[in-house]
Design a binder for this molecule. Sequence first.
Ligand code: SF4
Length: 627
Amino acid sequence: MRYFPYEYRPFQREIVNDVEETLKKKGHLILEAPTGIGKTIAVLAPSLEFALKNKLKIFYLTRTNSQQEQVIKEARKLRKEYSFTVVPIQGRNSYCMLFLKEKIFDASPEELAISCRKRKKDVENGNVESCIFYKNFLEKGKDVVLYAKENILTAQDFVDRSMEDEVCAYEAMKLASSEADILIMPYVYFFDPNIRSRLFEWVNTSIENIILIIDEAHNLPDFARNQRTMHLTLKSISAVDKEIMDYGDDNKFGIKYSEFIEIFRETLFGLEEKLLKEKEDSPLNNEYLLQMLSDAFGISMDNFILFLNSLVDYGEKIREEKLSKGQLPRSFVGNLGQFLLEFFLNEDKDTARIITKDEQLMLEIFAIDPKPVTSIIENSYASIHMSGTLRPLDEYESLIFNNKIAKKIIYPSPFPKNNLKVYYIDNVTTKFDDIKNDDEREKMAKLIEKIINTKHNSLVLFPSYNLMNKILERDIAFFGNVYKETPNMSQRDFIKNIHMFKRHGGVFFSVFGSRISEGMDFPGGQIELVVIAGIPYPKPSAKQKLMELYYSQELDKNTVYKYLVHGPTGRRILQAIGRMIRSSTDRGIAIILDKRAPRFKEYIEMERSKNIEEEIKTFYSNMASLK
Ligand code: SF4
């Protein structure tokens, strides 16, 4: 490779070589490398050189804005050597000036697209007031595009520059994309087939000419499942009530829509009573529900389907009416009809119907298999998948790819081994049969008390909120600052708590899978102890069982367990510990309070604790003497 903008850190040169080799072979590379190794630049630099030489485009897929900013930062370094254009891709919810100005934040992409299409047509027909930003784009959009070509902009820079000329940033982004060499985008832009085909039109390219870089790839399987998963919540059914009041009650086969909603709601409560007494979710047979509802209205199942179609048609009329008044084209009646038709008629083998009361009572069409969304990757010129926690890599490959075609590499941690110590305590467990017991919970509470009273900034993570509440309702004596993440905590309160914790220290209680356990960093001693209060195995939910059943059709029992239980649990533990070690100077101790911890020794080196208070004291006094 011709140019690398830094002195190589340990293992960066190896990553660069592996990326180059993959690109030359038009292959696929799955790599796990710890945070702090500098993998963004080690993957981007060789990919850019190769893309420019071979007239390819790079699609850099990220999950969060902070990852996007890291890519922009590294791209600016590469600008010193290469001439290229970068465009940060965002949806209308971030780039539509009109909706930003009108503070419309809850519209779906489809609603925004329909509304935008109409406004653009209005402008083209002379009604410039319908969207002044589009009118300005037609006149001055090229200036913004020129600026974006000359500079490497973050999404916020792009909005700010467009705002200066009151130009539509979304249209400017589309125009700029046609000449971009690197396009940085959220996963959805590539994996949603409709958005992807529009994106290819703007960029004027096709899948065979794209190098895909997928950052934080451990998120991809769940993201892909969520892409095809659909929900119908009780809350949205209440919105249907209101819409019928506002737009009038219609009927079909002598059934009034309001009457249907009432009986449908009662049916859901009946199913809740019957199926969800002792669990959060349950599979639901769609034919059984269809029969129940048809019987309740005394019509055939075929006529009931026609009735649902009439809801969709009625919704369409509401949407048109709203659009003509300049409102978002949204209809809850139409959405309800569409969801139920999908629920009763879609026969995809890899989807399952579920009733759940996890957050609120809802019906769900759960997509089990990520591959219908992800296997398009195999058609790209080449792809690089990277994450700090991806093992077992064969699991990722078999969930994402149709064929076993990827090269898989795990790079070791470049940080001094002594900076992290992991202990486990083997006289406690959160195993279901044991933790039901009061004494076991008391033991767990006392251990946590002992650890947090060593007075180091601590993050304590439980496998569930239920267990967290049960342990914390015991008297844990601690005289420092205490923070807690709760399931319904607003983002504002959460950020406030995090800010206070980072500033003043203390102990932060939360659960695995929460905002703090996977998405946030606490370097430089902001967290000194991570306490894992129980192994975070997946909940034995209907979804989990359905996935295990689905994969057991093609994989043996041990592999299914490794892919769906052991692997995800090991990654969760690693992710949690990774919160406090982000660079070569970060230090910390992780303590796993569960006798099952040694099962995860392949993920992380650990040793049995003999006296945890002493061990913490020794670790930090050794560290102090090294300073
Ligand atoms: S043209 Fe641009 S500013 Fe106008 S509605 Fe569409 S996205 Fe929004």
